[in-house]
Design a protein around this ligand. Sequence first.
Ligand SMILES: [Zn+2]
Length: 296
Amino acid sequence: MTSRVSHLSVVYSPEMLADAGESVSPSTRKPGLVAEALRARDWPVHFLPPEPMTLEALYRVHDPAFVDSILSLGRPNGFGNTSETVARSLRHTCGAFHTGAKLALSAGISASLTSGFHHASTARARGFCTFNGLMASAALLLDGGSARRVAILDCDFHYGDGTTAIIDTMRLQDEVLNVSLGANFGRASSSTAYLEAVRQACVEIESFTPDIVFYQAGVDSHIDDPLGGLLTSDELRTRDEIVFGWVRRIGMPLTWNLAGGYQVEADGSIPKVVNLHMNTFEVALRSLGLLVPPPA
Ligand SMILES: [Zn+2]
């Protein structure tokens, strides 16, 4: 899928926003702030609203009783509270990721302004993650025959343990590969080793021969992130250049999302997180030939 594209499709609607109360994670308001920053730039980006994910699709990867109790506020969400707005947003955020996946299969590349998936397992919400939109989307693609294999390249700083747990529970090891760099990297690791691991992950995924890659481009891998961190801003750009350059080179469909990022200012604003996400968009647009390189 190396055909030239004229714009980048980004899945977002205000229904994806929520109020997670006093959580240290800004992720329920982040989609709106990233959309605002994207609109402020003169970039060839088209916004599309998500198709909400069906209950059946959530039941496919989660215990139905767990899904129902989350949605009826009978059990805490991934933020540890029972916010009605979070519950209302979940089918939109999971649906946004899947809408993005379908767009990538047809157009080669897409993004969704989503977070909060990879710690959610079959019947457990934690770590700011309630439902696993990555696995719900993967299961839909596999069930519908749109993909025979799906690879997840998870470059959030943390290990996508919920994703692995669902793969194991559903016995999808031959259909879904979860390469989560958070499984091996802590603060003591070096950024050089991390970037080499990203390159190796691309090789491993390529040999799995997936039909699509889900890329979690978390910016909590930034060195200043209070919950993560080992890459400088330039190294995060290099990470994204490795990934986007690779998929363009081999013609692999890819959809990416925001995932983590926790550099919150004292007033609650998140300009650093938003700027790091903008860097990912810029790298992606350059890889598509949709931005003119700056003068040397
Ligand atoms: Zn994270």
